[in-house]
Design a protein around this ligand. Structure first.
Ligand code: PLP
Length: 353
């Protein structure tokens, strides 16, 4: 605590992102990055950046990128909002759309940034326990609230809700905004953007960080009724008019232009995930059914914190959350086949010891 800090700054409990260690010998399976590079056109677009594109401010609305992303989802440009990563988009959603007299609802086991934004923006919240099998039960969200936010697939479980289940939540809560955080939707789920024309209370948030291999670029998007988008824009234009620089706008456009690269790299991650899940099952792990680019696993007889440390000693980093209900799980990102073989080999050695 410094005497120069505001009371707010002093009282915050900031989000702790997964480690980004420097050094190349590590097998890094802790932050759900893609193991594959972005589409080749992305690097070409970055290299082609001109003096003028750096000298001038960028388009504050990123209209070209908005139009392209809208078209991909079958929406109009004014039904899209862009931000500096989906974390920024989500932060604005808490302030613009989820802050009301009644608390916002989200699962007890979920993206741990949500309560951090609630604290920062003074938003009341209530967590809803996942079922025993770690699934989300839509009926549990049919209660008085000021809004709902759910990752789909959920993080860190990887479990997917169907569009029918999301529709059930939307129909039971027509008077509050329901945010579906689709950071991992491209690894086996179906986007809820198709529900937007019939549900003016739905905001779908996506990111270029995971499935588009662009975590370092910082591009996120929200899709919804134009009134929701206008609310987000009011907050954005009171915070930072230029969240996306010129390089990010050009590079993200190039990513959207290469659908075949995109679907091929998602498909590679999916097939590696299925192979690794089977191997882990064979080694005595319970593997929650994942539609994301990670698996959430617990061993029948070995302590998760000890497995985490033993992997670390063998240069493999995964994610461990020392939290109620999930403190016996490890979250393992899906890397290349070679990286996953290194993980499996390390686990075999640890389990044999
Ligand atoms: C990774 C992640 C995000 C944030 O991604 P950005 O890199 O900020 O776009 C948002 N929600 C969930 C559930 C995530 O796992």
């Amino acid at each position: 605590m410094s005497r120069f800090w505001s009371e707010l700054a002093g009282n915050l409990t900031p989000y702790v992102p997964g480690e980004q260690p420097q050094g190349t010998r590590l097998v890094k399976l802790n932050t759900n990055e893609s193991p594959y590079g972005p589409a080749p056109g992305v690097l070409a677009a970055i290299t082609a950046t001109t003096d003028d594109q750096l000298r001038r401010y960028p388009d504050p609305q990123a209209n070209e990128l908005r139009a392209a992303w809208a078209a991909r989802e079958g929406l109009a440009a004014d039904e899209v909002f862009l931000g500096n990563g989906s974390d920024e988009v989500l932060a604005h959603a808490f302030q613009a759309l989820l802050k009301h007299a009644e608390p916002v609802l989200f699962p007890d086991i979920s993206y741990s940034f949500y309560p951090v934004w609630c604290e920062l923006y003074d938003v009341e919240f209530r967590t809803i326990p996942l079922a025993q099998d770690f699934s989300i039960k839509p009926g549990d969200y049919a209660q008085r609230c000021g809004g709902i936010i759910i990752p789909n697939p959920n993080a860190p479980t990887g479990i997917l809700l169907s569009l029918e289940q999301i529709r059930e939540i939307l129909i039971s809560q027509p008077d509050v905004v329901v945010v579906i955080d689709e950071a991992y939707i491209d690894f086996g789920g179906e986007s809820a953007t198709s529900l937007i024309p019939r549900h003016d209370n739905l905001l779908v948030v996506q990111t270029a960080s995971k499935s588009r291999s662009l975590a370092g670029l910082r591009v996120g998007a929200a899709f919804g009724h134009r009134d929701l988008i206008a609310g987000l824009e009011r907050v954005k234009d009171s915070f930072n008019s230029y969240p996306l620089d010129n390089i990010a706008q050009r590079a993200a456009l190039a990513s959207l232009a290469d659908e075949s690269w995109f679907s091929a790299s998602c498909q590679r991650v999916i097939s590696t995930r299925e192979r690794v899940a089977l191997r882990l099952l064979g080694m005595g792990f319970e593997v929650l059914p994942s539609k994301a680019n990670f698996v959430f696993v617990r061993h029948a007889s070995r302590d998760a914190a000890e497995l985490f440390s033993a992997l670390r000693e063998r240069q493999v980093i995964v994610r461990y959350f020392n939290k109620p209900r999930i403190d016996q799980f490890l979250r393992i990102s899906i890397g290349t086949d070679a990286e996953m073989d290194a993980l499996l080999e390390a686990l075999e050695a640890i389990l044999a010891a």
